[in-house]
Design a protein around this ligand. Structure first.
Ligand code: ZN
Length: 306
């Protein structure tokens, strides 16, 4: 069994130049599977075709998605048509493939009310939503795919098992091969966009039992020490939120303190929506753990340390 890591760059229109998605080919003696695909685009198609040709003579049996975000399934539809590979995703995240635009709307439903109440203008939010929908529309979502609750695949004597890793999305999974796991965005580097922080902390604990954790972006594979560091960054972000709301602050005031760099260009959707989503997750977590309380439209923290 051989693991071939690939980095699939974000095309320019995605607005995050220089970034990319980690995608992996896992090859047995004959069969070859791919874990996450990265975003679609002419350059990326050529790159994947070439990588596949070298790895398996072009054979691809399955595409396993760690979760339903567009930067992980973008090329899946193209690869399915070209190779016949079956696309598989946890049933809790398949809603993203059915209607990504709808899922963007749901994101906005989640943040809209607290954001408007917290000092963001409706126009600012509507503009961000429109831009995200435009990006979603140019992406090609797979129409034929298989969902699972639990997955076990046989790869020429090797098995691939799914493991639930909710937090980043509620249907995020990892794929376990031997002592390694491919975890998608379940181990993001303290960046943005966790739907449920409580679940995410449990997920990070689960990941620590693996020797190698193949992540969806940035450094990979990660070891237990990297996961400790990652957990530490979540804690320090939570403490940033606590400090920002020490004297009582609106959502917008906290956002501007915690994501200071992001606000220099708020009209790039990912620089408004994802941090806002994460900030709401942070505040909900802190509220449920008794660190903050909300009065009117202001959040107030009771301490600066977790
Ligand atoms: Zn993601």
């Amino acid at each position: 069994m051989e693991i071939i890591p690939l980095v699939i760059p974000f095309p320019a229109e995605f607005g995050r130049a220089g970034k990319g998605t980690n995608s992996y080919l896992v090859k047995g003696s004959e069969k070859c599977i791919m874990i996450d695909t990265g975003l679609d685009g002419e350059g990326n198609r050529a790159y994947i075709n070439d990588a596949l040709k070298r790895a398996s003579g072009g054979r691809l049996d399955a595409i396993l998605l760690t979760h339903g975000h567009i930067d992980h399934y973008g090329l899946a539809s193209y690869l399915h048509q070209k190779t016949g590979a079956v696309i598989m995703i946890n049933d809790k995240d398949s809603c993203y493939l059915d209607a990504y635009e709808k899922s963007i709307d749901e994101w906005f439903v989640r943040i809209y009310e607290p954001a408007v109440e917290g000092g963001f203008s409706k126009k600012e939010l509507d503009d961000a939503k429109m831009m995200m929908r435009i990006v979603a529309r140019i992406m090609n979502a797979p129409k034929e795919y298989t969902t699972f609750k639990e997955l076990r695949l046989d790869l020429d004597g090797w098995t691939v098992d799914s493991i639930d890793l909710p937090g980043h999305t509620m249907g995020s999974v990892g794929y376990v091969v031997g002592d390694a796991v491919f975890c998608g965005d379940a181990a993001l580097d303290g960046g943005v966009n966790v739907l449920d922080l409580k679940e995410e902390f449990v997920t990070l604990q689960k990941l620590k039992i693996f020797k190698k954790v193949y992540a969806g972006h940035g450094k990979t594979p990660l070891g237990p020490q990297d996961l400790e560091a990652l957990e530490g960054r979540f804690i320090s972000r939570l403490e940033d939120v606590l400090r920002a709301s020490r004297q009582g602050a609106t959502l917008k005031e906290i956002y501007e303190k915690v994501y200071f760099e992001s606000t220099s260009n708020p009209y790039i959707p990912y620089r408004l929506v994802h941090p806002l989503n994460q900030l709401i997750s942070y505040l909900r977590y802190l509220e449920s753990e008794g660190y903050v309380a909300k009065s009117g439209n202001r959040w107030m923290s009771f301490s600066e340390k977790i």
